[in-house]
Write a protein that binds this ligand. Structure first.
Ligand code: SF4
Ligand code: SF4
Length: 160
């Protein structure tokens, strides 16, 4: 008898109060993919190849990124412009092999290769994960400011 009354007058109101409290509380989930979660400043996502402010490519095809890549994910072929400047005629990253360690970014002496914040690059074919220079090079004219300064500051906050 007392047990049943306790259920009705104590346990059920406590349960209802908990339900009501969570009903009006701000949700802890987001409506992805309509709402995108903000990535942390040091998040390492899909790569991109940077340009100088005049639009020329920063990459000189030195090969240091590929040499430092523990996953053997980077392939390139070099060439020279008419002015004798070296550039990457072919530059590819296999994003399936990549482990997003960031060593390529760290090794690059030209600040040409970076890991950005893009994480939505699922595909239904393995070949689609091989990103070519056309996919990686930032569009020109730029659609948004260069990320080089921002990346410098997030990599070495003690210096800047
Ligand atoms: S992030 Fe790491 S694994 Fe991926 S391409 Fe760069 S060095 Fe290779
Ligand atoms: S991205 Fe940087 S490290 Fe890699 S080949 Fe180009 S200049 Fe060299």
């Amino acid at each position: 008898m007392w047990k049943a009354l306790k259920q009705v007058f104590v346990a059920i109101p406590i349960g209802l109060f908990t339900t009501l409290k969570n009903f009006i509380r701000k949700p802890v989930t987001i409506a992805y993919p309509k709402v995108k979660p903000p990535m942390y400043p040091r998040y390492r996502g899909l790569h991109f190849l940077e340009r100088y402010e005049d639009g020329t490519e920063r990459c000189v095809c030195c090969g240091l990124c590929a040499a430092n890549c523990p996953a053997d994910a980077i392939y390139m072929e070099g060439a020279e412009t008419e002015k004798g400047e070296r550039y990457a005629k072919v530059y590819e990253i296999n994003e399936i092999r990549c482990i997003f360690c960031g060593y390529c970014e760290e090794a690059c002496p030209e600040e040409a290769i970076f890991l950005g914040k893009e994480y939505e690059f699922a595909a239904d074919d393995r070949d689609k994960f091989i990103y070519t220079k056309d996919d990686l090079l930032v569009p020109w004219p730029r659609k948004k400011p260069s990320e080089v300064e921002f990346k410098r500051k997030t990599r070495r906050p003690d210096v800047y």
